[in-house]
Structure formats: C-alpha cells, structure tokens
Write a protein that binds this ligand. Sequence first.
Ligand code: SF4
Length: 451
Amino acid sequence: MRNSPKPKIALISLGCPKNLVDSEVMLGLLDQAGYPIVEDVTDADIAILNTCAFIEPAQEEAIEALLDLAEIKSAGDLRAVICAGCLPQRYGRELADEFPEIAVFVQVGAEPRIVEAVQAASAGRHTFFESSTGYALTCDLPRWRSAPQWLSYLRIAEGCDHRCTFCTVPAIRGTHLSREPQDILKEYEQMVGEGLREIIVIAQDTTAYGHDLAPRKSLADLLRVLAPVAFDGWVRLMYTHPGGVDEDLLNAMADLPAMVPYLDLPLQHASSRILRAMGRPGDAEEYLHLLETTRRIMPDLAIRTTFIVGFPGETDEDFQLLLDFAAEARFDRLSAFAYSPEAGTVAAEMPDQVELREALDRMEALMRCQEGVSLQKNTALVGKRMRVLVERKAPERELWFARSYRDAPEVDCEVKVETTTDGCQPGIGSFCEVEITGAEIHDLNARLLGT
Ligand code: SF4
C-alpha cells in the first residue's frame, strides 16, 4: 500500500474562466504532490468535476456530467469522483445527500485542500470540504496550464459586492476580495516569462479592483504597476462594470503598451426603469456618453457588451429603447440572453414575468439588429492590415483560424487566414500579419502577409 503508485487524476472544468483558474490551481497542487495528471477520464483513477451553478442550464450541465461520472465509477472504470466548485457551494451538503455515489465535495475557496480531498477519495472516505472565507488566489499557488498554451487568465479578485437582482454570483462566490498588486505583478511576470502570447485580466467585476485594499487602489493603479513589464503579447481586460469605467482607467489602458484596445462592458439593458429593477446604474444617455468617452481616448477600441431581454416588467417600449440604443451605440461584439428566473434571486419573485417565447423573440430581434452593425464594422476593415493570433488549422485545407484584438477567446469571432502561394505558413499559438480581404456578418477573411 505505502509504495502503491499515486492515482491518475483527470479534471473536467465547467463554467467561466474564473472557474478555470480554480481548476488549474487544483491540478497544479496535485501535480506538485506527485499525482499523474491525465487528459481523459477513461485513463484516470479519480475524476474531479469543477462545476458551475450560476444559472439553471449550467446546473443541468453539471448534474448530467456528475451522473455520467457516477456511471463510469459504478462500471468500475473510476475509483472515485470528486465534485468541486459552484454546485456544492450553492447547494451545500444537500448535494451530498442527493449523490451518495460521489465521494468528496469541495466548495469554492477550499480548492487549496484538493490533495487532502484526493487522499480522502482514494481511501473511500466520504468527505465535504467546506469553503473558507477569505481565500484568495496568490502567485505562490502552482497552476497547471490547461487553456491553450499560448493564453492564460490573470484573476485579480474574487467575489462581487454588487447586488444585481437577477444574479446568484455574490451568493455563490462571496464578497469582493482583491489580491495585492505586488502579488499580481509577480504572477504577471511569471506569465510573461513563460512566453504566453495573451494574458486576460478577469474577476467578477475587474473595475472593483482595489476598493477593499488599504490604502484603497483602483484597476488603473494596477495597470500602471504592470505597464513597465516588457511584453510583446496581448493583455485583454474582461468583465468591467459601467459604474467603474472612467477616464483614469481608459488612460491607464491606453498607457499599457501590451493592452489591446478591447473593452468587455456588460450593460445588461438601456432602459433606466429596467436597469433600476435590475439593481444596476445608468441609462441609455449615460451609456452613450460613456461610449463616446471611451472611443475618444481609445479610437480603435472594440467594445463587447451583454444584454438581458425579457426581464420582469420589460414592456415593448423598454425593448424598443434597447433596440434603438444598440443601433446607435454600434457595439463590435454583442451577446443577448433571454432572462431566466434563478431561485433565491430578488428578480425571480418580481411580478410581470415575461413569457419565455416573448423573451426569445426579443433576443432574436436584438441579434438581427447587431448583425447589421457587425457586418458594417467588418466591411470597414477590408483592405486593412492586422496582427492576429493563430489558434488552429482547418483539416485538409490551407486555412488557419485566428483572433484579432477585437476577439476574446470563446465568446467572440474569428479571422480566417489563407496563405499565399509562397508556402509561408503561420504557427499555431503565434502572431502573424494579415490583410483583411473580406467581411462576413461576424468573421473576417484575410490573407497572410508575414509571420
Ligand atoms: S456585477 Fe456581475 S457578478 Fe456581480 S452581481 Fe452583477 S451580474 Fe452578478
């Protein structure tokens, strides 16, 4: 027993990039403790499922994956299954009662105890690792790089202090907790030193960074700490909040050489009446002014936003206001979601819930409006030269798929790169220069100019 080889571990990471960082920390700690990490569950002895639970479809996906793993275990192909992340955080020990075949549960914030969790699972001990408040990622925690090898996520804070009435995240991930700037700088330098091509700055609300630190800091302060580090790759800022985007931040973004002119700015709606019901600031006029300011300071800025349609009480007038706003604001990237009531949220108890069919029709109408804007913006880029990050190659064709600075991974669009006749080929995970040759509604076509 004492010298028996350590069990092979496979981890499935569901949900958002913030969850992916927790998964990488868990794998990093297990790798450091000598556990072999395998890609595929079929090659593993113990499977870890890191779950998401912020909306119903995500919970359904997690539960389905848990049931699949439990089936593989009962077929004797796995020694144990560990369930981590937002699902055990949201449902606590109730989940353990529901899934007796799952040996170990690890709540949010208990990830640093993953080696103990695997030891318990190996010994067949049913154990529930409760979350520890105040856990914050630090640069000393090892990370097993799982995202494509050329990019990684720099998580600068945990939790959220906002109280958007439709959102379960604060109840699951806790209050906002910023990391110390020097700790983030160390991790950023490590990432640059590893040769990464893209570093993506994330948190629930990146613009709330530093508000809880003494002395109080801001995201702009943090970017100024990172700016002196020489980096010829891309830094991308995600998950900002309209209440936190100001001229100081925009100037700090413009002054960080590696920062791409890209801003992820979820606005959720434009009708002041609906925004108040959502527990969010602003309105169409204020947001148009904010967009004008952002484009004045960063003229090439690509702006991504997210809207929720069908929120309780949303009338045709509210929706028309949102449509008109989206047409005038001309976002580069826009995602729309039909509102879904989440148990435990204020909005789920609100009167005047909108029929799902109605909400879906509105979502489609908004995306049709965006298609027109997106095609016009793409068409304006034809003939331009761009630096793109190549990520994959089409099988059997001299066609590569890349992203421009206007495209965040997983959520945005692609640039399809054709090579020229001289046989020059771009490398996967590297930058190359292209000329835009054609525009589609969402994607761009391009020809390779140089690698
Ligand atoms: S800011 Fe984002 S994470 Fe925070 S409560 Fe609002 S929607 Fe949820």
